[in-house]
Design a protein around this ligand. Structure first.
Ligand SMILES: [Mn+2]
Length: 392
């Protein structure tokens, strides 16, 4: 018989308790939604009879003191989970400053990992290798400049080498990290200037599972020596995640078998984008939002195909809502001739569109046409200057 047999883990991350979304227009407190999702997560942990719960960071949203109700929800949930199985929490980028307020909140048997030191769990054949979030400049002691990714990589490799001494054949080695895996760096949360990117090839041999957090999506990366998983966030916090899953994962580690990873969706509010023509009929737009939310609770964003949205239309759209849905954002999207697709559409525009965009902005703000004219002139001059430089 093997010492380690099998172990079942509930892996979660990115709860962002305290999150208030879409503050520019309305400010939606997501606490109710988060509470509901967590209530289900506790049921999942109980039903699956998990042996361990790993939280891979961003328990809280606020960098500073999280609001009291968020702390209460965190403590309540963590303590309930703790009654089912041991809880390990690896600190994420959003958690650092909240720690001060929390040191006393959790019972000492909730393991809060803030250092890169491996921890052998006392009652389970599991060793956790923690990588709590640290910014690039902090990791390198304030150093900046070129090749900082490479410098950071070397330093990280030294840590991994030291870890190898803590790896035992008789235990499950679980990497718990709040970082971007370079292979997944195309996700929107990744930022190579501020953040250290990890390469899967660098991780020490002998790891069994990578419990990651930080990228807000369900990602099951299988091209490394062991599965690396981002379990998805608790709620969708931006419209870029409109199509992404939310929830947690159940991981089955069994001796002699392939690691089994199962995503569990938890209830969360739908996000719906409705495209609107500049001269659209508001009734028709309302019907469309109604249909697209499919009778489910939804937060709706209107994307108006126009350079700058007339104030009246903006406020009409902002006030729309139904029994299940409400408007949380009104955006202006530049209508491109080759209808771009996907989430990049807000950023994709022709450079010549900028004066148009600005004059649309002036109209909607009630600024005199003269200002738009001046802008157009200086913009053209700058563009020509730039052209001369390029050819010379
Ligand atoms: Mn996060």
């Amino acid at each position: 018989m093997f010492l380690k047999n099998s172990v079942k883990i509930l892996h979660t991350a990115d709860w962002h308790l305290g999150l208030i979304s879409w503050q520019r227009l309305v400010g939606i407190d997501r606490r109710g939604e988060q509470r509901e999702a967590l209530r289900h997560m506790i049921q999942v942990a109980r039903r699956e009879q998990v042996d361990l719960i790993v939280h891979s960071g961003d328990l809280f949203h606020q960098y500073n003191q999280p609001p009291r109700p968020a702390i209460e929800l965190a403590v309540e949930t963590i303590m309930q989970l703790r009654s089912i199985a041991p809880v390990v929490w690896v600190v994420g980028n959003h958690d650092w400053y909240a720690m001060g307020a929390l040191r006393e909140a959790f019972s000492p048997d909730v393991l809060i990992l803030r250092e890169f030191t491996p921890v052998e769990l006392p009652d389970l054949p599991v060793t956790v290798f923690p990588l709590p979030y640290i910014s690039l400049s902090k990791f390198l002691g304030g150093k900046t400049g070129v090749e900082i990714q490479e410098q950071a990589r070397q330093k990280m490799l030294n840590i991994f080498r030291a870890w190898e001494r803590s790896m035992k054949d008789s235990r499950w080695n679980v990497l718990a990290a709040h970082f971007t895996l370079e292979e997944c760096a195309w996700y929107s949360q990744a930022n190579s200037v501020r953040e250290l990117f990890l390469k899967s090839v660098d991780f020490p041999v002998g790891m069994h599972y990578g419990a990651f957090g930080h990228l807000h999506a369900f990602i099951h990366y299988c091209k490394s020596r062991f599965p690396i998983v981002y379990p998805s966030p608790l709620v969708r916090d931006t419209f870029q995640q409109e199509k992404e899953k939310t929830g947690c994962v159940i991981v089955d580690l069994t001796e002699g078998k392939q690691t089994h990873v199962k995503h569990i969706s938890l209830p969360s509010v739908k996000l719906v984008t409705v495209d609107v023509e500049e001269d659209a009929d508001v009734l028709k737009v309302t019907r469309e939002a109604e249909e697209m939310s499919e009778g489910k609770e939804a937060y709706v964003r209107f994307c108006v195909k126009s350079v700058g949205i007339p104030l009246q239309l903006r406020s009409r759209l902002a006030s729309l809502g139904g029994t299940h849905w409400q408007t949380v954002a009104v955006h202006s999207v530049f209508p491109s001739p080759a209808e771009s697709t996907g989430d990049q559409r807000e950023g994709s525009m022709d450079i010549q569109a900028i004066p148009e965009l600005f004059s649309g902005f002036c109209r909607s703000m009630g600024l005199p046409e003269r200002i738009a004219g001046l802008f157009r002139r200086y913009y053209q001059e700058a563009a020509e200057e730039e052209g001369r430089d390029a050819s010379g």
